[in-house]
Write a protein that binds this ligand. Structure first.
Ligand SMILES: *[C@@H]1O[C@H](CO)[C@@H](O)[C@H](O)[C@H]1NC(C)=O
Ligand SMILES: *[C@@H]1O[C@H](CO)[C@@H](O)[C@H](O)[C@H]1NC(C)=O
Ligand SMILES: *[C@@H]1O[C@H](CO)[C@@H](O)[C@H](O)[C@H]1NC(C)=O
Ligand SMILES: *[C@@H]1O[C@H](CO)[C@@H](O)[C@H](O)[C@H]1NC(C)=O
Length: 452
């Protein structure tokens, strides 16, 4: 993600002139108590969102959004489309999702394409990892059997990030940037460590492997110890490691709250340890700063919305808090009554903010205005989609795990011929990591056969 400085120019009202006064053809209607209404509102908003994406067209790059949208946001988009399919059953964009995910995952499955090495941060990589993790948790259709599976991709992201855990400064944590030559390498930030925490906790839940659980504990403890989260559970942005993370940049973003919320909820689900229940509760309490009093319970990005300085990345953040709040109600059912009123009110307001543009389905940034605010942007369109479809959470099954319904990482037909084909592919590629990953897959499938 880009730098969240305070000296950034404020962004103008995009497309105001072009779209103002245009007659409205359709409008997003939403009754949050009615599943069909939620589905059709989600579809309208998603259709509009997909007008930004051209990566599936011949000659274009699968998995990239055009300028000014950065690579990571495409990963976030595929996560929203995986969620969309899971919530609505509509598979309109599944093929596009499969294509973009496989292309960007690359041979190692770790979402580290050469094209992105100039800019890729740990947080950017994590957002693609979340998409793969969601695909595994939701039993999204699996990639073809000669390709790496969703679980293996999420694990590949984890396996590249764990060795980047850096004790040399600040007592640990992940740096924002992966590569030394990038601006931001000396910055340790909450979303990078939080992304790793979130993924570790979900892998712990999915696989039952205690190594992930230990990493999640460590990431949480460090975040708290270094002061990136204060005693009232406010999550700050991060700090430079040149001063050993002592001067903390105290900006609060919705997505930092959300990324720790879902991680903590998974840890509660895995451990049943009251300390995790308390953490989930406290994060929800501290999230109240992101919800307005009037209209009641409507989410807003307080660090930038009220002063009109939300940058490209930031316009999408409310979508992640929404997405992770909904998923939290499944992993920690005791949160349901705390979170649903906020998801309902925010979705209703967001739908009213989505009546813009010539097609009447363009979403504004500010849900609290309860009408279109004359702006148009990919990220805010995605955020509205997430909060609207999140209201279907009561209609869908809880995430699967490897022991309970999960199909990712399990070969559909574990026949000897399929296995030898896999080995040949790995040998030909000659990639050490790929081979190692395949060995894990083979070990897993043999165990599965015996167990079965
Ligand atoms: C990297 O960029 C080049 C040039 O734009 C493109 O041809 C190629 O497909 C890209 N690779 C990936 C993995 O996106
Ligand atoms: C740097 O910060 C860490 C974590 O707060 C602390 O444990 C360590 O002692 C500090 N190092 C120095 C040199 O101050
Ligand atoms: C658990 O995960 C770790 C990290 O990927 C791996 O090294 C270890 O072998 C796994 N353990 C089991 C029992 O699968
Ligand atoms: C863990 O998640 C499952 C699935 O949603 C749920 O049924 C169960 O109650 C959760 N466990 C705890 C301890 O909340």
């Amino acid at each position: 993600m880009r730098w969240f400085g305070s000296s950034q120019p404020s962004w103008g009202r995009i497309m105001t002139v072009a779209l103002a006064g245009a007659s409205t053809v359709r409008a997003v209607q939403l009754d949050v108590e009615d599943a069909d209404s939620i589905k059709s509102a989600a579809k309208e908003v998603a259709k509009n969102m997909m007008t930004y994406y051209t990566g599936y067209k011949p000659g274009d790059n699968p998995g990239n959004l055009p300028d000014p949208y950065y690579w990571w946001e495409a990963g976030a988009m595929f996560n929203s489309l995986i969620d969309y399919w899971y919530y609505t059953g509509d598979d309109t964009w599944n093929d596009i999702t499969m294509q973009g995910m496989l292309w960007q995952a690359g041979d190692t499955g770790a979402f580290m394409p050469n094209n992105q090495s100039k800019t890729e941060g740990n947080d950017d990589q994590a957002f693609w990892g979340f998409a793969a993790m969601s695909a595994a948790e939701r039993n999204f259709p699996n990639p073809p059997s000669d390709k790496m599976g969703w679980l293996a991709m999420a694990q590949a992201v984890f396996n590249t990030q764990a060795p980047r855990w850096d004790d040399s400064t600040c007592g640990g944590g992940l740096r924002w940037q992966i590569f030394t030559w990038n601006n931001g390498y000396t910055y340790k930030n909450t979303i990078s460590t939080g992304g790793f925490f979130n993924l570790a906790a979900r892998l712990a839940k999915y696989t039952g492997n205690s190594t992930y659980q230990e990493w999640a504990e460590r990431a949480w403890d460090w975040t708290e110890g270094v002061g990136f989260m204060d005693s009232d559970y406010h999550f700050w942005d991060g700090a430079s490691d040149l001063t050993n993370c002592t001067e903390i940049n105290q900006i609060e973003w919705t997505y930092n709250n959300g990324v720790y919320l879902l991680g903590a909820a998974n840890m509660w689900n895995v451990t049943s340890d009251p300390k995790w229940k308390e953490r989930v509760q406290k994060i929800i309490e501290s999230s109240s700063i992101f919800f307005s009093d009037s209209p009641k319970n409507v989410m807003f990005e307080r660090a930038c919305e009220t002063v009109n300085t939300c940058m490209v990345d930031q316009r999408s953040f409310k979508g992640y808090l929404s997405r992770w709040m909904a998923a939290t109600t499944q992993m920690a059912p005791f949160t349901f009554d705390l979170l649903m009123p906020k998801l309902k009110a925010s979705a209703s307001a967001a739908a009213k903010a989505c009546n813009g543009g010539t097609d009447g389905t363009t979403c504004g940034l500010k849900w609290t205005e309860e009408k279109w605010d004359d702006t148009k942007d990919f990220g805010q369109q995605m955020a509205a989609l997430e909060v609207i479809q999140s209201n279907l959470i009561t209609k869908v099954a809880a995430p699967v795990t490897s022991e309970d319904g999960g199909t990712s990482g399990k070969p559909p037909e574990p026949k000897p011929s399929a296995l030898s084909y896999t080995i040949t592919t790995a040998d030909r590629a000659g990639a050490g990591i790929l081979t190692a990953m395949m060995m894990v897959t083979l070990g897993g499938s043999a165990g599965w056969l015996i167990w079965d």
